[in-house]
Write a protein that binds this ligand. Structure first.
Ligand SMILES: [Zn+2]
Length: 270
């Protein structure tokens, strides 16, 4: 198996009531979530998993066509230094170095900044693309037309995945459908990083506590599919003795920093 290296860039901090990230638990307790994008260096290409939140959408919600983002600014900590392109630059990458962008799903904290990568191939599940344009009302606010409309453009290279998708055809970077949070949510399995299988489980659960107790985020699309995906990830993790990381879990972000072959960068703590 080829050597893979990972860099996790935290693109913003989001502070929620805990009951929003784990339904019906911890009312009144604040939880500050991370929002990383992961750069995956493979000998045959450079891959990004997710692109963080759009800086423009937070700076100018009206201009971005998403006035409701004004309300989200109070719970979001993002500076220009958090912007993914700024962090890539800091790490010695140009956006044009990114060959493939995998989008776990198209919520605003994962699919902002798509226009910064006009030369990349985007890998998105078909169910996600369809749902994003007409979501249930509970998820309406999480899909921003300006984020996702480039994917409808003929100028963008979009690979529509319908199930498991192996990016390099060698089993080392594999998209695994894990619906529940949204219909077309996918995780990424890396085999391996310094000999360790790593499952970047995105929003299968928002925090590890939810994964361990099989609990949903308040606004998830399907409870049943969420639980099935949590079990799918857990079974795979047991079979492969894999490390599982949940994207928004701030402790998981710290755990990644201790792993060989994985670097974390976080302007919030610099
Ligand atoms: Zn989400």
């Amino acid at each position: 198996m080829p050597d893979i290296e990972v860099t996790a860039f935290n693109t913003s901090d989001w502070t929620f009531d805990y009951s929003q990230v784990v339904q019906m638990r911890g009312f009144g307790n604040e939880y500050t979530a991370k929002c990383p994008a992961y750069l995956i260096d493979h000998p045959e290409g450079t891959v990004l998993l997710d692109t963080g939140v759009s800086y423009e959408a937070l700076e100018d919600p009206e201009g971005y066509g998403a006035p409701h983002m004004k309300a989200m600014r109070g719970m979001t900590a993002m500076t220009e230094d958090h912007r993914l392109t700024a962090q890539l630059d800091d790490a010695g990458y140009d956006p044009s170095d990114v060959d493939t962008v995998i989008l776990s799903h198209l919520h605003l904290d994962h699919a902002g900044e798509i226009t910064q990568f006009p030369d990349a191939e985007f890998v998105v599940q078909q169910d996600e693309l369809r749902y994003a344009w007409w979501p249930d009302q509970t998820q309406w606010t999480f899909y921003l037309e300006n984020d996702i409309s480039p994917l409808r453009s003929y100028d963008y290279d979009v690979t529509v995945a319908d199930g498991r998708y192996d990016v390099f055809g060698d089993g080392s970077v594999v998209c695994l459908p894990t619906p529940g949070h949204t219909p077309g949510h996918q995780s990424v399995v890396l085999d391996s990083v310094e000999g360790q299988t790593v499952i970047l489980a995105a929003d299968v659960a928002h925090v590890r506590d939810a994964y361990e107790k099989e609990l949903c985020t308040a606004f998830n699309w399907s409870t049943e599919e969420t639980v099935a995906s949590i079990r799918r990830v857990r079974d795979l993790a047991r079979e492969e003795d894999a490390l599982v990381a949940f994207l928004h879990d701030s402790d998981d972000f710290e755990t990644l920093s201790d792993q060989p072959g994985i670097t974390t960068r976080d302007p919030s703590t610099n």
